[in-house]
Design a protein. Structure first.
Length: 727
C-alpha cells in the first residue's frame, strides 16, 4: 500500500452534497457521516467520493438520510474530553431498518456497560484477529498517540489496547488483560472505544497500517463498494520520500531548518517567560510540561536552551517539552550555532553561540558555587543540569557524567575557535583538568560521579584509582577531549590516560563491552577518539582499530544510508530489549527487539556516527569513511521532519526512524527518551554541526584548532594537578 492514502469509499447519490439536509434519493447514499467537517476521516475521502459525501451534525439526521441497509458513521467530535452521545432509539431504529452503524467513543451501548474513559499509558493498540488480512496480521502493533478509551467488557475484538513488547509485533503474545478498541457489539453494530478517525491529527502510526484498518472497516460497512482506501498526508513526515532526488542545496536547507528549529520551537529561554522554567515546571512530573507557545518571544541564548521534546504525543498531535537546562545541550549548541553561523553567513547565530557560552561558563549555577572554589574537589567541573533538589532521583545539579561533560567541552572548543574568542579559555581548561583528575590511571572514570562521594573521597582517590569501565557510551568522548587537550596544551597525562583507556577498550572488544543501548551506539561513539588518536599518534595499529570499528558498524548500513540498530552485547545488561510484556516501558531500552528490525537511532547512533565518520575521513583521507558519511548525510537530509500543522517540529530529527516503512516508528520502550523524542543536544546539535562543517570544508579537529588553551592549561595545571598527585 502506498504511503499516501485514500479514505472512505462512499457510494452516494450524485446529487447529494457534503452538507445535505434534504431527504436522500430513493436508493440513498451507502455511507453517511455524523461528524464535524474537519474530521480526519471525512476530510481524507478520495476526491471523487469527497464530492458526493453526505455529512450531518446529528445522529438523528444521519440515520434519517441513510437508506435501509445502508451505513452510518457516528464519529467522536468530542474526543478526548466528551464521549459520543447516542440515544437508545438510534440503535433500535438502525437495527430495525438494517442500517449498519459505526460508533466511536460511545457513552452508551445496548446491552453493554461503558466505563469512565481511561488514559492509555504503557498500552499500545494490537491487532487481535485476522480481520485485516495478510497486510496487517494478528499481533501487529499500532500506535494511537494520547489514546483515551471507554472501557467495555467485550469479546472477539479486532483491535485491543494492551501492554506488549515488540518493535511492530507483540513478540510475547497478548497479555491476559486487554481492552477492546474495535469490535462488533452485535451484527450491524461496529464499535470503536476510542477515536480511530483522529488518525491524522493524532499522528497514529504506522501510517500504512491505519490505512489498512480503515479500508477494512469501510469494506465491512459498505460491502461491494469501491475506493475505500484512505488518502492523506501525515501531519509530521520525513522531508523526502526514499529514492527521491535531493536538490543540489539539500544540505544547506537541512542545516538552515535544523538550526532554525531552536528558535521556531522556542527552545531558547527568553526573560519574558523564564518564570515558567523557574516556577511552573517545578510542579510537572520530571519537569515535562506544555511546550512554549509559538507566540512567545524567542530567546537569544543568554538564558540557555531547553532539553527538547518528550516522546509522548498527545491526542491533538502536540508534544510536551522537557524543561531542563543541561550542561551538554548548552555547550553542544554553542558549537553548532557558531559553526552554522559561519557556514550560513548568519551573524545572529554566532551571537546566540556567544550568549550560550557566556551563560554556561559565567552565569549558570552549573559552573558556580563549589565548582568555582579552587579548594573544592569539584573545582572546574560543570553539573549535569541546573535544577537543584528537584527530586531524589533527578537532582542533576550535583551529578557528573563524563560523556555529557565531554560533549559540552567539544562544543565549547568549536565555539571559541569559530568566534575567535579567548574569554572561555580558563574555564574550559579547568573543566578539562577537572575531568582528567577524576580519570583513573587506567584511563577511565566511573560512569557517573555524584557530589557526596566526591566530597568524601576527594579527587585524588579517583585520579590514583584503577577504575575500569569498558563502556564507550560513557568514556569515549572524554578520551577525544583529552587527545585534543594534549595536542593544544601539551600536558602528557592527557595522552597517556586516553591511550590507556582506548587500548584496554579495544582489547576487550566486543565480548566484554558494557553500557546501555546496543553495540552500534558503542561503535559509533568510538569513532571520534580513534580518529583523533590517529591525529596525535598515527600508527598502523591505531588505523586498524579505527577501520575495524567502522567496518563493523557499516556492515549494518542500509542502502538508503541509515545505520541499522543492533542489540546489546552479552555484557551490556543495562538496557536490553524488554524480556516480557510487563517490562515494556520500565527502563532504558533499545528501539528494536530484533537485529532484523529496520530502525535507525538518531539519538544514540546515527548522529555520532556522522561525526565519527566525518572526523575519520579527515584524519585518514580514506574513501571508505567519506563514502559512508555521504550516504548517511543524504539519509539524514531525507529523514528530517517536515510539518505545516506542527511548526514546532519542522526541521527536527526524531530519535527513531523506520527506514523500511520510511516513517518515525520504533519500539518506544525506553522510559526516558522514547521513539518520538527530540533532544536539543546530542541529535539536533551534532547533525547540524557536521552539516555546517561539510559546508565549510573543515572538520571538528581543525575547526577547533584556533582555541588557544596552552597558556591556560600551563598556568592552571600545577594547582589543579600538582606533580605530587602522581605518587
Amino acid at each position: 500500500m502506498s504511503a499516501a492514502w485514500c479514505l472512505v469509499g462512499l457510494a452516494v447519490c450524485a446529487a447529494a452534497s457534503a452538507d445535505a439536509t434534504a431527504a436522500p434519493a430513493r436508493r440513498g447514499p451507502a455511507l453517511v457521516f455524523c461528524c464535524r467537517e474537519d474530521n480526519d476521516l471525512y476530510r481524507a475521502l478520495a476526491p471523487g467520493l469527497r464530492r458526493r459525501a453526505v455529512r450531518f451534525d446529528s445522529p438523528r439526521e444521519a440515520l434519517a438520510a441513510s437508506p435501509d441497509g445502508g451505513a452510518v458513521l457516528l464519529l467522536a467530535d468530542g474526543y478526548p474530553d466528551r464521549l459520543t452521545t447516542v440515544e437508545p432509539a438510534i440503535y433500535d431504529e438502525a437495527r430495525r431498518r438494517g442500517v449498519r452503524l459505526f460508533v466511536e467513543y460511545p457513552g452508551a451501548l445496548p446491552g453493554l456497560a461503558v466505563g469512565e474513559p481511561r488514559q492509555a499509558r504503557f498500552e499500545r493498540a494490537v491487532v487481535a484477529s485476522d480481520a485485516f488480512g495478510p497486510a496487517l496480521p494478528r499481533l501487529s502493533i499500532l500506535m494511537m498517540h494520547g489514546c483515551r478509551f471507554a472501557p467495555i467488557d467485550a469479546r472477539g475484538a479486532d483491535i485491543v489496547m494492551a501492554r506488549v513488547a515488540g518493535f511492530d509485533r507483540a513478540v510475547y503474545g497478548l497479555p491476559e488483560r486487554t481492552w477492546p478498541i474495535l469490535f462488533e457489539a452485535r451484527p450491524g453494530l461496529l464499535v470503536a472505544t476510542s477515536a480511530l478517525s483522529r488518525f491524522v491529527t493524532g499522528r497514529y502510526a504506522p501510517a500504512a497500517a491505519w490505512g489498512r484498518v480503515w479500508e477494512a472497516v469501510l469494506d465491512r460497512l459498505d460491502p461491494g463498494g469501491s475506493a475505500h482506501a484512505p488518502q492523506w498526508r501525515p501531519a509530521v513526515r520525513p522531508t523526502c520520500v526514499p529514492g527521491a532526488a535531493l536538490p543540489a542545496d539539500a544540505e544547506r536547507r537541512a542545516l538552515r531548518r535544523g538550526v532554525d528549529w531552536f528558535r521556531r520551537a522556542r527552545m531558547l529561554v527568553h526573560p519574558a517567560w523564564r518564570k515558567v522554567y523557574d516556577e511552573d515546571a517545578k510542579g510537572w512530573p520530571d519537569r515535562v510540561g506544555p511546550a512554549p507557545s509559538l507566540d512567545w518571544p524567542v530567546g537569544d541564548g543568554s538564558l540557555g536552551v531547553l532539553e527538547g521534546f518528550d516522546s509522548a504525543i498527545s491526542a491533538d498531535g502536540s508534544q510536551r517539552v522537557r524543561w531542563w537546562r543541561r550542561n551538554d545541550c548548552t555547550g553542544e549548541l554553542a558549537g553548532a550555532m557558531a559553526l552554522a553561523g559561519r557556514a550560513l553567513r548568519d551573524r545572529s547565530l554566532g551571537a546566540v553561540a556567544g550568549n550560550l557560552g557566556d551563560f554556561l561558563y559565567t552565569r549558570s549555577i552549573l559552573s558556580l558555587g563549589r565548582r568555582a572554589d579552587p579548594a573544592d574537589p569539584a573545582y572546574g567541573l560543570i553539573g549535569w543540569n541546573d535544577v537543584a533538589r528537584y527530586h531524589a532521583d533527578m537532582d542533576g545539579y550535583g551529578v557528573y557524567y563524563g560523556d555529557d561533560s565531554a560533549r559540552s567541552m567539544l562544543g565549547m572548543m568549536a565555539a571559541a575557535a569559530v568566534l575567535r574568542t579567548g574569554r572561555w579559555d580558563e574555564r574550559l581548561a579547568r573543566c578539562l583538568l577537572a575531568n582528567l583528575r577524576l580519570t583513573s590511571r587506567r584511563g577511565f572514570q566511573p560512569n557517573r560521579i555524584d557530589e557526596a562521594p566526591l566530597q568524601r573521597a576527594g579527587w585524588r582517590a579517583y585520579f590514583r584509582s584503577d577504575t575500569v569501565s569498558l563502556a564507550p557510551h560513557y568514556q569515549a568522548y572524554l578520551w577525544a577531549c583529552f587527545l585534543w587537550a594534549y595536542q593544544h596544551g601539551g600536558f602528557e597525562p592527557f595522552l597517556s590516560r586516553a591511550r590507556a583507556g582506548i587500548s584496554a577498550t579495544m582489547a576487550a572488544y566486543p565480548e566484554r563491552w558494557t553500557g546501555p543501548s546496543d553495540m552500534q551506539m558503542a561503535r559509533a561513539r568510538m569513532l571520534l577518539p580513534l580518529a583523533w588518536l590517529v591525529r596525535v599518534d598515527d600508527t598502523p595499529e591505531h588505523r586498524a582499530w579505527l577501520r575495524r570499528m567502522a567496518d563493523d558498524m557499516l556492515a549494518r548500513q542500509d542502502a538508503c544510508g541509515a545505520i541499522r540498530e543492533d542489540l546489546p552485547g552479552p555484557a551490556m545488561a543495562e538496557a536490553p530489549a524488554p524480556a516480557s510484556n510487563e517490562a515494556y516501558g520500565t527502563g532504558e531500552a533499545p528501539l528494536v527487539h530484533s537485529v532484523n528490525d529496520p530502525c535507525a537511532d538518531l539519538l544514540y547512533t546515527n548522529n555520532f556516527a556522522l561525526l565519527g565518520l566525518h572526523e575519520a575521513a579527515a584524519a585518514t583521507g580514506d574513501a571508505v569513511y567519506r563514502d559512508a558519511e555521504e550516504r548517511l548525510t543524504r539519509f539524514l537530509c531525507r529523514a528530517q521532519a517536515r510539518s505545516e500543522s506542527r511548526p514546532e517540529l519542522d526541521g527536527a530529527w526524531f530519535r527513531a526512524f523506520d527506514f523500511g516503512r520510511w516513517e518515525f516508528w520504533a519500539s518506544s520502550a525506553d522510559v526516558g527518551w522514547g521513539a518520538w523524542c527530540v533532544e536539543s543536544g546530542w541529535t539536533q546539535t551534532w547533525i547540524t554541526a557536521v552539516l555546517a562543517m561539510r559546508r565549510l570544508h573543515t572538520c571538528l579537529w581543525d575547526a577547533a584548532s584556533g582555541a588557544g588553551l596552552r597558556h591556560a592549561i600551563e598556568t592552571q595545571r600545577p594547582a589543579m594537578i600538582p606533580d605530587g598527585a602522581f605518587l
